[in-house]
Design a protein around this ligand. Sequence first.
Ligand SMILES: [Zn+2]
Length: 140
Amino acid sequence: MKNQSITDSHLRSLEEILRKQRAEILTNGKTLRLDFNIDKNELLDEVDMAIADIERGMKMRLGNRESLYFRKVEEALLRMKNGTYGQCLQCGGSIGVKRLEARPTAELCIDCKESAEKAEALNAEGRKHKSLGELVNFKA
Ligand SMILES: [Zn+2]
């Protein structure tokens, strides 16, 4: 399905954001600070590296949160390369430019994201009640 709502210039600016975030993680590890002194040619080459290779290295240097986010950035860049960027992974619909600008790594459209979050919240709620119950039992 061709995504009509996202233009080439949008794609380019989003790609730029993703590449910067990617470079930040790569160069700074745990400190996510902006660094504009990045060699762009070097970054282009890095995109072609196998994700598995990068991840192996990342796991050694970064915490789980960073390597998870790095993976999301990497996958978003790959989707741009494949021409599937901006499509919801679940329903195939358009994610929408506004949402992508707010969150360039978005994988789901807002509808799918909301239902995923609802399901997640229900799970979390279930866990919370369970642990609360344990706490009450402990106090009693
Ligand atoms: Zn969707």
